[in-house]
Design a protein. Sequence first.
Length: 141
Amino acid sequence: MPSWRILSPEGDFVVVTPFDPDKPDQREQMLALVPRLMAWKLATAFVLTAESWLGPERTHSGEEAVLTIGVSRHERLGVIRRVRKTPGVEFAPPEWLPADALDENYFRLLPYGQSIVTTEEATMLAAVFGEDGEVPARPLS
């Protein structure tokens, strides 16, 4: 389940965006909605952590990893930790990724410049990400 930590002037929020990897439309919907949430909250940075499969497709025998990407207006970082499934589970040492090794689409998720959120869109975002919403954005205290 991808987890987002969104930094904004209102404080930091955590959003967990569960989706079924076999239903790409769920992933696409969250990749459209989370940037709008960031625009609404005037986000200045975010950190995305997700489980990933290394290679062309997800398979039970494929190599798994935990990927974390941090994006702010001035910095872009990534780190990957491969997951080794032996009789137990063990994590390989972290591999730091330079910004040019990361997909440009991650950088486009953080709103830059002026972004208008209409009243109707704010109402929809509040319904999706509100306390009782489908995907609550929980404030960190």
